[in-house]
Design a protein around this ligand. Sequence first.
Ligand SMILES: [Mn+2]
Length: 336
Amino acid sequence: MSAKDLRSVFERVNPKYVLLLCHQNADPDAICSAFAFSRLIKRLNQNTKVDIACPEGISKLSKVLSKYLPIEIMTEEPLFEDADIIIMLDTNTIQQLGKWSEKVKGSSAYLILIDHHASHPETEKIVSLCISDEKSSSTCEIVYGFYGELGIKFSKEEAEALFLGIAFDTKHFILANSTTFKIIADLVNVGVNAQESLSRLSLPIDLSERIARLKASRRMKLLRINNWLIAFSHVRSFQASAARAIVEMGAHLAVVGGQKDDQLQISIRSDQEFYAQTGFHVGKDLAKPLGEFLHGMGGGHSTAAGINGTGDFESAVKRAIKILRTGLVKNQNSKK
Ligand SMILES: [Mn+2]
C-alpha cells in the first residue's frame, strides 16, 4: 500500500469533503501528520474541503503546536454524513475515537487508515485501505513518504510540522533509525531550524501532572519476575506520564490504570533493555490480550501501549501478571 493507492482512491472517489481523524488526546504526531496530509490533499485537488477533527480534544502540547503552526482542529463532532473519505491517522483502534467510533463504523464514506502502530485486526476489517508501516518511527514519517512518492515539494511549515511529529514520536530522536535521520536531514534542508523546533516540544510540567506522577509512585506495587521489575499503580489522570516516570525511576515495565466509573484506561511503558532482552512487545503481547479481557481494545508499540476497556483495575492487574509470567517464560525459552 502506498501513495499510488491513495491517489487512485482519490481519483476514483473524487471527494468533495475529506475528514481527517486523530485519536483522543491527539499527540503532535497525530495532529502534525493530519496537517501535512491535509495540505497534500489540497495539492492533489484544490476544491476538496478538508477538516481535521479530534474527539474529546487534543493534548496540551498539541494545543501549543497547533497555535504555533497554525493547525485548525475541530473538537466538536464533524458532519460524518457529508464525508466522502474519512482518514484515521495515528489511530490504530476505532475505540480511540471515543464517542465518534460508532459514527465512523456506520459511515458510508471510504475509510482509510494511515498509521505506524501494529495494525489491529478488528480495525483492518472495517477500513477499505490500510496504510500501516510498523517500521516507520511515526505517522509523520509515512506522510513524508507520500510527498516524495507523489513528487510534491514541502512548504516550510509542512516540513516543520513533519519534523515536530517525528521528533515527538522518537522521543527527540532516541528511537530514530537511519531512515529517520535521512528524513530529518531533508526537512532541515527545506528550512526547518532543528534547535528551535525541538525546544517547542518541551512544556513545563504542570502541578496536576506532578501530583499524579508522585501519587502513582506512592501507590506503586512492585513485582519481580526473573530479574525483571514490574510495577503496577493507579491514578485518575496522567496514566501515561506516571508510567513513564516509574520506568525512569527504575522499573523495567510499568502498568498504570485509571478508573472512571466502569471505564478503565491503562498505560503501559517498558524500557528498551527489557524489550531488547525479552522480546516482549507491550503492544502485542500485553495491551492487546488485556484489552480483550477488559471487553475493550488495546495496542501500541514495543515499549509503549494503551488500553481502553471496562472493569476494575485489580482484576486487570491479576490478568496482566498472568500474561507477563507466561510471556516472559515463553520468551526466555525461545531465546535459549
Ligand atoms: Mn504516532
